[in-house]
Design a protein around this ligand. Structure first.
Ligand SMILES: C[S@@+](CC[C@H](N)C(=O)[O-])C[C@H]1O[C@@H](n2cnc3c(N)ncnc32)[C@H](O)[C@@H]1O
Length: 282
């Protein structure tokens, strides 16, 4: 049994204090004083034990709840991953998911949207496993392509290499887009340099999963102002990390400024689908 220094000091202190109080009671009340002191100390010890027991129970309940939540989340990811794998039947293992990369439940939403809407052009900010998943969906549809912007040349090259290994380079491309100064609404932002992005057709789906939130406050805000003019009434925006405070703020800015209707999805990191709000019927 390991006893902390603080606990040992408390035990010694309480023992000495009880000895001192018992002696005072004995001097003042005689033998009856010792019995009274003993009863008071027994009551106090039982009270302290009950308090500690209550705290331990509450702590155990919290841990149990956290463990249940984690088990549920993990189960949902495994469920999403298996349905994704059954749908895509990839030729090779997929790159890692979760953490910096998208979670399986977000990727499942992405696959469902692409397969249901049969887009001609998907534009993505932040490449990775999501680009590979989108590539598989588009190859399966036999139409459309995805162009993904990445500010980090190493990660862009890694995604490119994965796309080649999976033989998806004809439907999925990664464009090097270092962060540069982009002025939106009179404000300067650090955002992707889109000068190498060559697209003529309208964007059917815009996937927003970059740049990383650490690059600046509201880092992903410019995505909609920059691409809005290239979108049409039926275009869909799919944003990841909608549970983050910054993203919540960005989503409500887009909603107000561009008349977009947000639809939140309870994925691991939160996802949001935005569509143009339909004009109210007369
Ligand atoms: C949220 S990530 C994009 C994830 C991507 N959509 C996916 O599904 O894998 C946004 C950016 O973070 C960068 N990034 C990815 N993995 C990283 C890592 N392990 N460490 C630091 N940055 C990373 C990449 O440049 C990427 O474009």
């Amino acid at each position: 049994m390991r006893i902390s220094r603080r606990a040992a000091t408390t035990i010694i202190g309480v023992t000495l204090a009880s000895l001192a109080v018992s002696m005072i009671f004995w001097r003042v009340l005689g033998e009856a004083g010792i019995v009274i002191a003993l009863a008071i100390f027994t009551g106090a010890i039982l009270l302290a034990l009950a308090w500690v027991h209550g705290r331990l129970l509450a702590q155990q309940a919290r841990h149990h709840h956290a463990l249940l939540e984690k088990t549920n989340t993990d189960y949902r990811q495994i469920e999403a991953l298996s349905s994704l794998l059954w749908t895509l039947t990839p030729d090779l293992p997929l790159p890692r998911m979760r953490g910096w990369a998208a979670s399986p439940d977000f990727l499942k939403e992405l696959a469902e949207i692409i397969l249901a809407t049969r887009p001609g052009l998907v534009v993505e900010t932040g490449s990775g496993v999501s680009t590979v998943v989108a590539g598989y969906c588009l190859r399966r549809l036999g139409r459309g392509r995805i162009v993904s912007l990445d500010h980090d040349p190493k990660l862009a090259a890694a995604t490119r290499a994965t796309l080649s290994l999976h033989d998806l380079h004809e439907v999925a491309t990664v464009v090097d887009a270092p962060l540069t100064n982009v002025t939106v609404g009179g404000t300067a932002w650090r955002w992707y340099d889109t000068s190498s992005l060559k697209i003529d057709e309208p964007i059917d789906i815009l996937v927003i999963d970059g740049p990383p939130g650490t690059t600046q406050a509201l880092a992903r805000y410019p995505a909609v102002p920059v691409f809005h003019g290239r979108m049409h009434d039926g275009s869909i925006i799919l944003a990841d990390d909608a549970k983050r405070e910054d993203e919540r703020q960005i989503l409500s800015m887009w909603e107000k400024e561009f008349g977009l209707e947000p639809d939140f999805i309870d994925t691991e990191t939160g996802a949001c689908i935005l569509r143009r709000r339909k004009p109210a019927s007369p």
